[in-house]
Design a protein around this ligand. Structure first.
Ligand SMILES: [Zn+2]
Length: 296
């Protein structure tokens, strides 16, 4: 008999963004060697989510697939563009009312920001937090980002599953493979699968129930003129400083004329996704986060 909390099916996804090659090539590798991701008490399946975008070496064809999974759009039969239809197809395959519902989706991403190896959780639900705590205990170099109310818990591919985790690695350019991040992502996937196997056996090892994570607070855009054109760059002192404290008065942007624009709020914050290439079009220069230590 299987318990309700049992993990029965894990879906590993790569290429949700077609130009993030780490995930794409890991999926291709696992499809060639499925025994590497096979475990004894659940099924592991893989998905190359956006094959057309991958072929075109683009993030997407018509719109960002990882923003297409709101329930409303998944049920909207009038939508006709490639990614909206693709999202509906993936929902029919792996959504909770689909043919092969996934209990956990593990989505593989890479970023041009200096995020190192980041585990993304999308809410304060204990299962994912506990898994994140385990991963950061095993690998102290791992950072945990909680996407909070940024929207990812509602519109991302991984939001289809009961539980979700994303692995985000960088800095790596779009359309580029980086062996170090490929291997680190691969190792974390095996650690997660082993953890889930022990979880299903009710045989998890002891590990600290405290977790440090960086929780989404708000989005900061570049300074722009009335035509929407960018008027300043990420300040050189802030570039690649993801997860480091940004204090009031410290440099945020540098105008093309060389003028420093400081961070003016009165709280220390921890920026992430600083200068992510894919976010220019979204009006995002970085996310600000709050560093929190919690007990699960
Ligand atoms: Zn991505």
């Amino acid at each position: 008999m299987k318990l309700n909390s049992q993990i029965n099916r894990v879906l590993i996804v790569g290429g949700t963004h077609g130009n993030e090659f780490t995930g794409v090539y890991l999926i291709k590798f696992f499809q060639q060697y499925p025994e590497l991701i096979r475990r004894t008490n659940f099924e592991t399946v893989t998905l190359l989510a956006n094959p057309q975008a991958f072929s075109a070496v683009r993030r997407y064809i018509n719109k960002d697939l990882n923003r297409c999974f709101r329930r409303q759009s998944l049920e909207d039969s009038t939508l006709a563009n490639y990614e909206d239809l693709l999202a509906q197809k993936i929902d029919h395959m792996f959504g909770q009312n689909g043919e092969n519902p996934a209990d956990l989706i593990l989505d593989l991403h890479s970023t041009t920001a200096n995020m190192g190896v980041t585990i993304i959780v999308d809410n304060d639900e204990p299962f994912s937090l506990q898994l994140a705590a385990y991963l950061s205990y095993i690998n102290p170099f791992i950072k945990v980002y909680n996407s909070g109310n940024s929207g990812r818990s509602l519109n991302s591919l991984r939001s289809l599953a009961k539980f979700s985790i994303a692995i985000e690695v960088g800095s790596v350019p779009q359309g580029v493979l980086n062996a170090d991040f490929f291997l680190k992502t691969q190792t974390i996937i095996y650690t997660i699968l082993d953890y889930l196997e022990q979880y299903n056996y009710h045989n998890l090892p002891a590990f600290p129930n405290t977790l440090v994570f960086y929780k989404y607070l708000e989005t900061i855009d570049f300074p722009r003129n009335e035509h929407g054109e960018i008027q300043a760059m990420i300040h050189p002192q802030l570039q690649f400083k993801d997860y480091e404290p940004l204090n009031p008065g410290e440099p945020l942007f540098l105008t093309f004329a060389g003028q420093t624009i400081p961070y003016t709020a009165n709280l220390t914050t921890y920026p992430v996704f600083i200068n992510e290439a894919a976010y220019y079009e979204k009006g995002i220069a970085m996310y600000l986060t709050d560093k929190q230590q919690i007990t699960i």
